[in-house]
Design a binder for this molecule. Structure first.
Ligand code: 6PG
Length: 468
């Protein structure tokens, strides 16, 4: 067996196969391993004349690869990653590089980095975003680990990644789990944006009375302006899909229970650990949980019917404009929350993340790619140490302007009883962040009252306690 293949992939699901075909498109030879012979065969069939070979045999796979071997794993996060690593280790040589390209929890990545180092191997934790289409045509790639390990595989990742104005949507982000942490926050933002879009849909449909055709038109129009983004684009498309199993539109036939694989929840959990508020992402995770309680919601619904008489008359055109501006407002706030978390985590975990680079590689290929990221990239370019996007002059004017629409449409939604957990949390976050004085002085007083937890004063240094 000639050890000539440049790159190996373990896990030949659609993502893995597409990624390998993409690698081969860029002049690299690529070997794939999957224990399922169907998948290995599918790779061989799809690759045609390209220098790509699939196998079900680990020893054969490893022997095909040029040393130091570069092997990416695209297998489900959690135990499968550990078992693939274990099955691979006896076949590897010192210095070989394993690249975990799945949505692994960043703490697992820290553990595996140490473990692989102990075994004399190299390891990178790499976030890959863009779904199967992204993997084929150009994903956004978020690598973390040793810089030298990244350099081994950097040219391949740069070649296969999405490009924006010629710039690759991949860059070395930092040590250990910097890449997987960044991907986790990417997914948290993804959850937030998706929930905001769902709420916009609810308002437009149930308050504005828009048909699916009209929803398609409105989202398409938004995608031509400040809201231009992948998620708005696919949402516009979704409203045009007819049901292939019956009459009407597919979107109306889909059960309103959203599943989750965990990355959004991890983002919220870790933000709580670090003491950073990301309420719009939290709201999105919460809403997935509430959506799952379909039976309970069905039981509750008849007891709390919405009274149509209490709802005000609305102007459809105005509702569309307000929802669009409110979405723009809440999108910025959601990115701001995610970026803020990244800034804090980078300090806490010593990642050395450069947020300008993060914004740059998110401009293309990934699920949260959006025109707005261009402005964010510039904001961090101008102020590399920016704590929050809300502090950047680049966003002052648009937030000041669009907050009015957010307030107006939220009032209407509240009157109609349409749930807006994410949208209202975005406005509340904005109102809290811009408040020089919050009422938490009272919380401190209460803590001191019942637990002698002490408080600080606005006019004197030191720590105080009162016998209340
Ligand atoms: C991406 C996506 C991808 C995946 C999500 C779905 O960036 O390409 O985020 O990673 O589709 O993990 O997450 P849920 O199943 O939790 O919605």
């Amino acid at each position: 067996m000639n050890s000539t293949y440049d790159f190996g992939m373990i896990g030949l699901g659609v993502m893995g196969r597409n990624f390998l075909l993409n690698v081969a498109d860029h002049g690299f030879s690529a070997a794939g391993l999957d224990l399922d012979p169907e998948k290995a065969r599918a790779l061989d069939e799809e690759s045609g004349d390209k220098p790509v070979k699939g196998t079900t045999n680990t020893a054969e796979f490893v022997a095909m690869l040029r040393r130091p071997r570069k092997i990416m794993l695209l297998v489900p996060a959690g135990k499968p990653v550990d078992s693939v690593i274990e099955s691979l280790l006896p076949h590897l040589d010192k210095g070989d590089l394993i690249i975990d390209g799945g949505n692994s929890h960043f703490e697992d990545t820290n553990r595996r980095t140490e473990y692989m180092k102990m075994k004399g191997m190299q390891f990178l934790g790499v976030g890959v975003s863009g779904g199967s289409e992204g993997a084929r045509r150009g994903p956004s790639i978020m690598p973390g680990g040793n810089l030298e390990s990244y350099q081994l595989v950097g040219p391949i990742l740069e070649a296969v990644s999405a490009k924006v104005n010629g710039a690759p949507c991949v860059a070395y982000l930092g040590n250990t789990s910097a890449g997987h942490y960044t991907k986790m926050v990417h997914n948290g933002i993804e959850y937030g944006l998706m929930q905001l879009i769902a709420e916009a849909y609810d308002i437009l449909k149930n308050i504005g009375g828009l048909s699916n055709q009209e929803l398609h038109e409105v989202f398409s129009q938004w995608n031509e302006g400040a809201l231009e983004s992948f998620l708005i684009e696919i949402t516009a498309d979704i409203f045009t899909e007819r049901d292939d199993k019956g009459d009407g539109w597919l979107v109306d036939k889909i059960l309103d229970k959203a599943k989750q694989k965990g990355t959004g929840k991890w983002t919220s959990q870790n933000a709580m650990d670090l003491g950073i508020g990301i309420p719009t992402i939290d709201a999105a995770v919460t809403m997935r949980g509430l959506s799952a309680l379909k039976m309970e919601r069905k039981q509750a619904a008849p007891h709390y019917t919405r009274s149509i008489e209490d709802t005000p008359a609305v102007n459809k055109e105005q509702v569309i404009i307000q929802v669009g501006e409110a979405l723009h407002f809440a999108f910025i706030i959601t990115y701001a929350q995610g970026m803020h978390l990244l800034a804090e985590a980078s300090e806490e975990y010593g990642y050395g993340l450069d947020l300008k680079t993060v914004a740059k590689i998110w401009r293309g290929g990934c699920i949260i790619r959006a025109e707005l990221l261009e402005d964010m990239h510039q904001a961090y370019q101008e102020q590399p140490a920016l704590r929050s996007l809300l502090l950047s002059p680049a966003f002052h004017e648009s937030l000041l302007h669009s907050q009015h629409a957010a307030r107006a449409i939220l009032k209407t939604a509240i009157d109609f009883g349409v749930p807006t957990m994410a949208l209202s949390s975005a406005l509340a976050y904005f109102d809290a962040y811009r408040s020089e004085r919050l009422p938490l002085n009272l919380v401190q007083a209460q803590r001191d009252y019942f637990g002698s937890h002490t408080y600080e004063r606005v006019d004197k240094e030191g720590v105080f306690h009162t016998e209340w």
